[in-house]
Design a protein around this ligand. Structure first.
Ligand SMILES: Cc1cc2nc3c(=O)[nH]c(=O)nc-3n(C[C@H](O)[C@H](O)[C@H](O)COP(=O)(O)OP(=O)(O)OC[C@H]3O[C@@H](n4cnc5c(N)ncnc54)[C@H](O)[C@@H]3O)c2cc1C
Length: 388
């Protein structure tokens, strides 16, 4: 049996950010990340939009996103390896939330909190929105919030940046799959791997995205995390449209500029939870395109170039991350899963948080105790009320 001090299960952006923050402390000992697929073909990270925004209703989510913004803005320098910058295509082009389904009171309340916490957020009525973004059809929009400092990145490049830097700092990536997780005397002891070997450790971190519940179950850790399919599309248009922020509406449309075109879609609420590995052939034409053309009439003319699927690790309990130790269970098990669509922007804050918990014994920079496993065990949801 091989040994490490800390084993991270799952090497997506979250597991890799955790490994990086642990390694950069220089005090974490031997760190191993178990990741079966270095191509990340089915992981959520490369399928994501990579948006980072402060438009939340919970102070912790706002603070985590703000740390993410600062961290990713400087990522190319901070994560350089051997003088090679880690370019992640950071673009500070803003976010726009639209209230087009009657919940503008929530949007106003969230805006008050975001502004009070120092975010640059503009509350726009219909006329102000039209003046700022003339391409939008605003007839059914009651209110909007624009956050010009928010940004987006290339999530696959960010994952590679964390991974490369973690390796440069001595982290071992073990290309294997956890198939069993064993405990003894109340503590987790080792994971069995698909290759037939095993890996023992003092501390374990579960960061396996949409696979976290099935891996947790191996050791008796029940998590309300399920894979939820999200289909995305990349399309181009020859129509003239002013530079758009990343747009998200209460009626679920979510898209933003990407390279020479646009990427986004509609959440697949109509699909049951589970892995759905192929895009549905008529979905874009029948459901997504009409909504795009309604919101931006110039998108009545576009060319679809690619569709793909990815999976949220959806926390069906309250749609927020489950972060920290397994309260009431093996105390050497930590988790970071259930991000439900926020895992890119919250990965840096999660990496820092888990490193503090393991190395310092508690939160030091930002208290994220409200996102602990205890709320699940006690049936006390801590719900996000913004557009998820
Ligand atoms: C369409 C879409 C758009 C999104 N847009 C955004 C956005 O704009 N902003 C944002 O912040 N977030 C967004 N997200 C969410 C974001 O992608 C995720 O929250 C984030 O990528 C989660 O990272 P992760 O490392 O937890 O999971 P993943 O990237 O899924 O990584 C989990 C890893 O665990 C590994 N694994 C699985 N089984 C095992 C096993 N048995 N043993 C060991 N390892 C295993 C997998 O191979 C995988 O690599 C979006 C997601 C989707 C699908």
């Amino acid at each position: 049996m091989k040994r490490a001090d800390i084993v991270v299960i799952g090497g997506g952006i979250v597991g890799s950010a955790i490994a990086y923050f642990l390694a950069r402390s220089g005090r974490a000992g031997k760190i191993a990340v178990v990741e079966p697929d270095p191509s990340y073909a089915f992981a959520a990270t490369p399928a994501a939009n990579g948006g980072i925004r402060q438009l939340f209703s919970l102070p912790e989510n706002i603070e985590m996103a703000r740390f993410g913004l600062d961290f990713f803005a400087d990522f190319h320098r901070e994560m350089a390896v051997d003088g090679q910058p880690a370019d992640i295509g950071f673009r500070r082009r803003g976010y726009l939330f639209l209230s087009d389904d009657g919940d503008h009171a929530t949007m106003e309340a969230n805006h008050r909190l975001q502004a009070a916490m120092g975010a640059r957020v503009d509350l726009l009525d219909r006329a102000a929105l039209k003046a700022r973004l003339p391409s939008l059809n605003v007839e059914d929009v009651a209110l909007a919030v624009h956050s010009p400092d928010d940004a987006w990145i290339n999530p696959h490049a960010a994952l590679m940046g964390f991974r490369d830097k973690a390796r440069a700092l001595g982290v071992a990536y073990v290309q294997d799959r956890v198939v069993d997780w064993r405990k003894d005397g109340g503590l987790a002891r080792d994971v069995a791997l698909a290759s037939g070997s095993a890996l023992a450790a003092e501390t374990f971190v579960l960061a396996a995205g949409a696979w976290s519940a099935e891996i947790g179950r191996m050791i008796g850790l029940e998590l309300p995390v399920e894979p939820m399919c999200r289909e995305s599309h990349f399309f181009v248009t020859r129509s003239e449209i002013e530079p758009l922020p990343f747009l998200k509406a209460e009626t679920h449309l979510a898209f933003g500029p990407e390279g020479q075109g646009y990427a986004g879609g509609l959440p697949d609420w109509d699909q049951p939870p589970g892995f759905h590995l192929e895009p549905q052939p008529t979905r874009f034409e029948e459901l997504v395109w009409p909504k795009l053309a309604h919101r931006v009439p110039a998108l009545d003319s576009l060319k679809l170039q690619r569709s793909w699927v990815g999976h949220y690790a959806r926390n069906s309990f309250d749609l927020n991350v489950i972060l920290g130790p397994w309260q009431g269970g093996a105390e050497n098990v930590f988790m970071a899963c259930g991000y439900s669509g926020h895992g890119i922007m919250h990965a840096p804050a999660s990496g820092r948080a888990i490193a503090e918990l393991i190395l310092e014994g508690g939160y030091r920079s930002l208290d994220l105790g409200a996102f602990g496993y205890g709320r699940i065990a006690q049936g006390r949801p801590y719900r996000e009320r913004g557009i998820v």
